[in-house]
Design a protein around this ligand. Structure first.
Ligand SMILES: [Mg+2]
Length: 300
């Protein structure tokens, strides 16, 4: 199939607007939409996924990691573009599945495919640029202050355990859920946020550096799923997954008024688990001991 046939096959999996609002012209025409955010992220075969993933998984995850960045700013997704690098062995059926996995997630969050590119490549790669709108001020990494409480929007470590062959945690690795509703809801109640893509310790370090604060984590407070506890055998052996395993795509937020935050999030039906505090200074401590060495999980 030629390049144009491949593009048509892929685009047919999405509900798209006519050109120039959607794909089909040299550029997509985006109406003015007030303050907006833009992010870009690539998934590359052999680095971020293998063919053990289904093509639906790959399509889902490529968009999910971008939507997670929008979530961390408290934005609502609007449009995205997709640049595909396709190896010779990739068939129209593969591409259809890739598009299907991606379009299901796009539809669930109101994100619209507006354009993209297809090229031949030595391995499969999917590069997405996604944009979202903000209803007010964005949530940044840099807004936290000493004394703020730290919360996460969901369990940690599942995705890293899901990398270790087929196990009950595999879906967490292959089909991460971007916490968009949490981000939009928490935006006004938080001082800073980041999504946990590289691992809690690493991403917390990013937030601390941006906000010029130190952090104290309480290991007993880290939310761990029953599936991870079962898989790891004990809380102690599950902790490394939670601390340095990446790709959980939960949100890590700093909160100035913890009680009001907890009440508002509980009322709206969101889980928010307090895992520590921010202090003045630098660095991240776990149970009072500075975390050193390898903080983050390198993707595959
Ligand atoms: Mg991020």
């Amino acid at each position: 199939m030629d390049e144009f046939g491949l593009i048509d096959t892929f685009v047919a999996q999405f509900k798209v607007a006519a050109s120039p609002r959607g794909p089909g012209d040299d550029c997509a025409l985006i109406p003015r939409q007030g303050p907006s955010v833009v992010t870009t992220d690539a998934l590359v075969e052999g680095i971020h996924f293998t063919r053990q993933f289904t093509f639906e998984d790959i399509g889902h995850k490529a968009l999910a990691v971008n939507l997670s960045d929008l979530a961390s700013m408290g934005a609502k997704p609007t449009w995205f573009t997709v640049a595909l690098g396709l190896p010779e062995d990739l068939t129209a059926t593969h591409l259809k599945k890739l598009g299907r996995g991606m379009s299901a997630l796009a539809k669930a969050h109101g994100a619209e495919l507006v354009g993209g590119n297809v090229t031949r490549s030595s391995q499969l790669s999917i590069t997405i640029t996604a944009s979202g709108t903000l209803d007010g001020k964005p949530l940044l990494r840099s807004g936290a202050r000493p004394g703020d409480a730290l919360y996460v929007s969901g369990p940690l470590g599942d995705a890293a355990a899901g990398l270790e062959g087929l196990n009950p945690l595999t879906p967490a690795q292959r089909r991460p859920t971007p916490h968009l509703a949490f981000g939009q809801h928490a935006r006004r109640l938080c001082s800073a946020a980041i999504d946990v893509s590289d691992g809690l310790a690493q991403d917390l370090t990013h937030l601390c550096r941006a906000s010029r604060v130190a952090a104290e984590l309480d290991s007993a407070a880290l939310p761990l799923s029953d599936a991870l506890l079962d898989y790891a055998g004990s809380r102690r052996s599950a902790l490394p997954y939670a601390l340095t395993g990446g790709e959980d795509y939960v949100l890590l937020v700093a909160v100035r008024r913890p009680r009001a935050f907890e009440a508002a999030m509980a009322k709206a039906g969101f889980a928010a688990e307090q895992i520590g505090w921010l202090r003045s200074g630098t660095g991240v401590k776990l149970d009072g001991v500075p975390m050193r060495g390898r903080l983050g999980f390198k993707h595959r």
